[in-house]
Design a protein around this ligand. Structure first.
Ligand code: T4K
Length: 378
């Protein structure tokens, strides 16, 4: 049997690199796991991490999960949604898959050029009597227009479940991002600004739905002899919770480092002809600098995004095209006619290149990457 190799083992600078805590801090937690012999199934470190997350996100209920995707998929199930769900195709496979795997139909709303989030002016025209929810994406950690989404959802009686996979630690003014919508899913994958190796969490305020989600994460088991729901296995294990407890201590410092990297890129690239970077929809947003997307306008630069991607790769700089193609263009959906006209999403998807971005990326390396981009576009 041959296996696909997923993890990139080339030498070079990659789009991201996981933040790891000092090893001895992690080993301290490992000792606790060894002492107790509890490795998973909502053990003591899971519970400690859960409480820390509640405080950090400023929410009453927050449930860790084995990854962000299962958190989102099971949240849709916990809310018992059946029908059409308005979402955007400018996202990772997970968002659309979570909707489809629940037997719901995604209806694609276009995005805004300024920040690639859902264009709230286009939502209402997509609502029908089958619409049950909106699943917007805080893409790259840039918040959607949460006030407008809330207004529309209340007017039409729709649930709002945010794909906040990229948005851990983001704030809108005084409020943490998890305060908005009926639920928000955060991803703690190795490639994210905050990681638990694999992992994620869902913040939500409805205690009944939260209890359902908790049970769905453990096969729908209610007691030793009672299984009430067709759940899955989406529990975060103790090793992941330990990584979360360690990384949380270094999160603020890591975001400061990311900010420096992002601003360095921005100073050097954002004013170039034909190159654009994104702007949050409000000036009081505290960002987490999850990603560094730039958009290349071929009509102005002469060269397109794909040319730049190849050029950088030839210099061992491995950028990524997050998010190309749109999820609506995936092979697995080629025979499905999902509703939605998304020309802006298509345009942005054809122009985007996400540059290497991580806390320990040296500014000299950022300069080398910028020099290559500037030389290439000349
Ligand atoms: N919603 C949105 C909007 C999302 O973006 C995601 C995930 C989800 C939902 C679902 O959340 P999770 O279920 O994943 O928690 C990566 C991540 O696997 C995925 O979490 C992420 N979004 C997506 C945007 O990116 P790939 O397939 O591009 O990852 P991969 O393995 O190519 O890694 C990218 C680069 O990172 C590599 O070139 C090298 C570096 N890397 C990667 C890993 C895994 C490392 O240096 N060390 C590592 O351990 O999907």
């Amino acid at each position: 049997m041959s296996t696909n190799k997923f993890v990139d083992t080339r030498e070079g600078i990659f789009v991201t690199k996981p933040s790891l805590p000092p090893l001895d801090e992690y080993v301290e937690y490992l000792r606790r796991i060894w002492d107790k012999g509890i490795l998973t199934n909502m053990g003591p470190l899971h519970e400690e991490f859960r409480e820390k997350l509640n405080d950090f996100l400023g929410v009453e209920i927050c449930l860790p999960s084995c990854n962000g995707h299962m958190g989102l998929e099971l949240t849709i199930q916990a809310f018992e949604l059946k029908g059409e769900i308005i979402t955007t195709p400018y996202t990772f496979a997970s968002t659309t898959h979570a909707i489809v795997r629940n037997g719901c139909t995604p209806v694609f709303c276009d995005i805004r050029e300024e920040d690639c989030t859902m264009d709230t002016e286009k939502i209402e025209e997509l609502i029908t009597d089958k619409t049950v929810a909106i699943v917007p994406v805080h893409v790259y950690g840039l918040p959607c227009n949460v006030e407008e989404i809330e207004r529309i959802a209340q007017k039409h009686g729709l649930k709002v479940i945010y794909d906040a996979a990229h948005a851990f630690g983001v704030r809108i003014g005084e409020k943490g991002i998890a305060a908005y919508g009926d639920a928000s899913m955060f991803s703690f994958h190795a490639t994210k600004a905050f990681n638990t190796i694999e992992g994620g969490c869902v913040a939500l305020s409805d205690a009944k739905r939260a209890m359902r989600l908790y049970q769905l994460e453990n096969f729908g088991i209610m007691g030793e002899e009672q299984v009430s729901f067709t759940g899955a296995n989406a529990k975060m294990n103790e090793f992941e919770a330990a990584m979360g407890l360690c990384n949380l201590k270094h999160f603020a410092e890591n975001i400061e480092k990311r900010k420096k990297v992002y601003e360095h890129y921005s100073n050097r690239l954002s004013k170039l002809d034909g190159v654009r970077m994104l702007t949050p929809y409000r000036s009081d947003i505290i960002r987490n600098y999850s990603y560094c997307p730039i958009f290349i306008d071929k009509n102005i630069c002469g060269m397109g995004r794909d040319d730049l991607y190849t050029y950088l790769a030839a210099h061992n700089i491995y950028s990524r095209k997050y998010f190309y193609p749109l999820t609506s263009q995936f092979e697995c959906y080629k025979d499905v006619d999902f509703r939605g006209y998304t020309p802006v999403a298509e345009k942005m998807s054809g122009q985007v290149l996400t540059l290497p971005m991580y806390a320990d990326l040296e500014l000299e390396k950022v300069d080398c990457i910028c020099d290559l981009i500037i030389d290439f576009l000349k």
